[in-house]
Design a protein around this ligand. Structure first.
Ligand code: B4P
Length: 191
C-alpha cells in the first residue's frame, strides 16, 4: 500500500501523517523531515538544501528523487508507505511512478488537505514563535505558497489523469477532528 498525504505548506500533512502511521501501520516518509535532519547534521546535502529551504523554495528534483530512491526500498519492506511532502512537482510524481513500477507497485491513494490560505499563514507564523523554523518567516511563507501554486498543485491533476483516487479532505478544525475525516478517506481508498 503506497499513499500520499498532500496539501499546501502548513496544511497539517506532518501532523496527520503521524496519526495515519499509527492507525494504519504505514511507514511515514517525510522529505521535509529528512532534509531538516541533513541540515542539522551539516551534511553536503544539508548544506545545499538548507539555504534553499530557508528561502521557501523547492530543492531540485534530482536531489529529492535520489533521497527517496535511497529510502523507499526499506520503507516498502513493511506493510506500506505514506509519503509526506513528496511528490511536490509533476517531475517528482513521474520519477516516483518509475521507481514504483520497477517493483510492480503504484501509488494507491492521495489524501489532499484543504485549508484556506489565511489560516495556513496564521499556523506557520504561530509555529515560527513556538519552534523557530528557518522557513517560517513571512517572506519564506509567501514564497512557499507561490511555489505550491506554481509547481505543486498540478500534481493532483497528474494523479487524477492517471486514475489514482484523490480524496479531498477539509484540514480545518482540531487535529483530531481532521483525523476523523482523514481516517474515513484512507479506509475508503485502501479497500
Ligand atoms: P515540509 O516539511 O513538507 O513543510 P510543510 O509544508 O510546512 O509541512 P506540513 O504541512 O506537514 O506542516 P505541519 O503538519 O507541520 O517541507 C519544508 C521544506 O522542505 C519545503 O518548503 C521545501 O523547501 C523542502 N522540501 C520538502 N519536500 C520537498 C520536495 N519533495 N521537493 C522539493 N523540496 C522539498 O503543520 C503546520 C503547522 O500547523 C504546525 O505548527 C502544526 O502544529 C499546525 N497544525 C497542524 N494541524 C493543525 C490543525 N488542524 N489546526 C491548527 N493547527 C494545525
Amino acid at each position: 500500500m503506497i499513499g500520499v498525504i498532500f496539501g499546501p505548506p502548513g496544511s497539517g500533512k506532518g501532523t496527520q501523517a503521524a496519526k495515519i502511521e499509527n492507525a494504519f501501520r504505514l511507514k511515514h516518509l517525510s522529505t521535509g523531515d529528512i532534509l531538516r535532519s541533513e541540515v542539522a547534521r551539516g551534511t553536503p546535502i544539508g548544506k545545499e538544501a538548507g539555504r534553499i529551504m530557508a528561502a521557501g523554495d523547492l530543492v531540485p528534483d534530482e536531489l529529492i528523487v535520489d533521497i527517496v530512491r535511497g529510502r523507499l526500498p526499506e520503507a516498502e519492506a513493511g506493510e506500506g508507505v505514506l509519503l509526506d511532502g513528496f511528490p511536490r512537482t509533476v517531475g517528482q510524481a513521474q520519477a516516483l511512478d518509475n521507481m514504483l513500477s520497477e517493483e510492480g507497485h503504484k501509488v494507491d491513494f492521495v489524501i489532499a488537505l484543504d485549508v484556506p490560505e489565511a489560516e495556513l499563514v496564521d499556523r506557520l507564523l504561530h509555529r515560527a514563535q513556538v519552534e523557530g523554523r528557518a522557513d517560517d518567516t513571512r517572506e519564506a511563507i509567501e514564497e512557499r505558497m507561490h511555489e505550491y501554486h506554481k509547481l505543486t498543485e498540478a500534481v493532483l491533476d497528474y494523479y487524477s489523469r492517471h486514475g489514482v483516487p484523490v480524496k479531498r479532505v477539509s484540514g480545518v478544525g482540531r487535529p483530531d477532528e481532521v483525523f476523523e475525516r482523514v481516517k474515513r478517506a484512507v479506509s475508503i481508498s485502501s479497500v
